[in-house]
Design a binder for this molecule. Structure first.
Ligand code: PLP
Length: 402
């Protein structure tokens, strides 16, 4: 073989990657190209974004706990005692005692026998679903479930069927056709991440009982917000004690990081042995565990934060509807303003940014085609003045668009 010149090699390699430019161009043409922005402040009501102060309407730090003094103090102390990293996976050397404290506290909050913490909500969903359902089993998944549930379903060898969003008649039909499967798993968001509506869990539980199905609820956006002391959507419906497997995350209301599963001792034991996203990854940093634990305590004992959050949500929603914007009928702190095409959503988001309002555009695949939107979220720690500033920004943008 003739030796190649280095320059020839580079040319050859470069051509192998031409498709990257084609892909980027396709994203651009479809209005789906995404860019990273840089935040230079904590996620409070007003942040410094790319060097400018703007009102933040796109944070999941719903209760403002990521900057709560008790939470920060706990994180600092844990770092001083245990250092910055876990240094190993939980089954090897990374199972810091802070995990035990957090899991005990969490199980108590959720009303489950036991709980298990993962490194993220994404890891929890992609890990548990393949454990619960394998070849010969059936997964029934709501059409608007979060991407981490969809990916968990993809990783499972079970048959998957998607039921229309919150359509209990459709779910019933699919369940009645499911007798040939060994096990059945119904999986749903508790509060839907992009729409803000709440899954009809009592009906889902009735159907599950009738058809011998397991139920997994992803409560990422209901935790801290709904139910007794913010314990979540299951409590909101008074379904404590039902055999529901509860999934959630510390990355939203809790203001930290880490996913979790709440369920029976038997389930947790099996996950420790089989969940690949639990076994094959390093434990969370001590600061994160301590922050999540402190934030859980603050969350439970702060009904005033939830009251404030719902009051802000109602105020902003009413003002936007009065202005003429179309909002989905959300019942929570998530307020979706549906605009249609990705290009329209992006241009409205840009116009708002020019007015000092950061309301990020959400486009496919995060939402179905033609439902690109602004996903507005309020925080308990927004000031009235910040919400008012946001409304003024929307007013200006709405007038200019007519
Ligand atoms: C409904 C839902 N489930 C799971 C996740 C993933 O959680 P995490 O951000 O902790 O990975 C998210 C957030 O992105 C979510 O919105």
């Amino acid at each position: 073989m003739q030796p190649r010149l280095f320059s020839e090699f580079i040319l050859f390699m470069t051509h192998n990657y031409d498709w990257l430019d084609t892909e980027r161009e396709a994203l651009e043409q479809a209005g789906l190209r995404r860019h990273l922005r840089t935040v230079r402040s904590a996620p409070t009501g007003t942040i410094n974004l790319d060097g400018r102060d703007v009102v933040l309407l796109g944070s999941n730090n719903y209760l403002g706990l990521s900057t709560h003094p008790k939470v920060i103090a706990a994180a600092v102390e844990a770092t001083q005692v245990f250092g910055t990293g876990a240094s190993g996976s939980r089954l090897i050397s990374g199972n810091n005692e802070l995990y035990t404290t957090l899991e005990t506290n969490l199980a108590k909050t959720k009303g489950t026998e036991a709980a298990l913490v993962f490194s993220s909500g994404y890891a929890a969903n992609t890990s548990i679903i393949p454990v619960l359902a394998d070849e010969g089993d059936l997964i029934l998944s709501d059409a608007l479930n979060h991407a981490s549930i969809i990916d968990g379903c993809r990783l499972s060898r079970a048959t998957k069927k998607v039921y229309r969003h919150c359509d209990m008649e459709h779910l019933k039909v699919l369940l009645s056709e499911s007798t040939k499967f060994r096990r059945r798993l119904i999986v749903t968001d508790g509060v839907f991440s992009m729409d803000g509506d709440i899954a009809p869990l009592p009906d889902i539980c009735d159907l599950a009982l009738e058809h011998n199905a397991m139920v997994l609820v992803d409560d990422a956006h209901g935790f801290g917000i709904l139910g007794k002391d913010g314990s979540g959507t299951i409590s909101h419906f008074g379904l404590e004690g039902e055999a529901i497997i509860q999934m959630g995350t510390f990355s939203k209301s809790i203001g930290a990081l880490g996913g979790y599963i709440g369920g029976s001792h038997a389930l947790i034991e099996l996950l420790i042995n089989r969940a690949r996203g639990f076994i094959f990854t390093t434990g969370l940093p001590p600061a994160t565990l301590a922050a999540a634990n402190a934030a859980l305590d603050v969350m439970r004992s702060s009904p005033d934060l939830r009251r404030c959050l719902f009051s802000h949500a109602k105020f902003l929603k009413t003002a936007l509807i009065d202005l003429g914007y179309t909002l989905l009928p959300s019942e929570t702190q998530i307020l979706p303003v549906v605009l249609g095409s990705p290009q329209r959503a992006t241009s409205v988001a840009e116009a708002l940014l020019a007015e000092g309002i950061f309301a990020p555009a959400i486009r496919p695949p995060a939402v179905p085609p033609d439902t690109s939107r602004l996903r507005l979220t309020v925080m308990a720690t927004h000031t009235k003045a910040e919400i008012q500033r946001a409304i003024s920004g929307f007013t200006t943008v709405f007038r200019k668009s007519r």
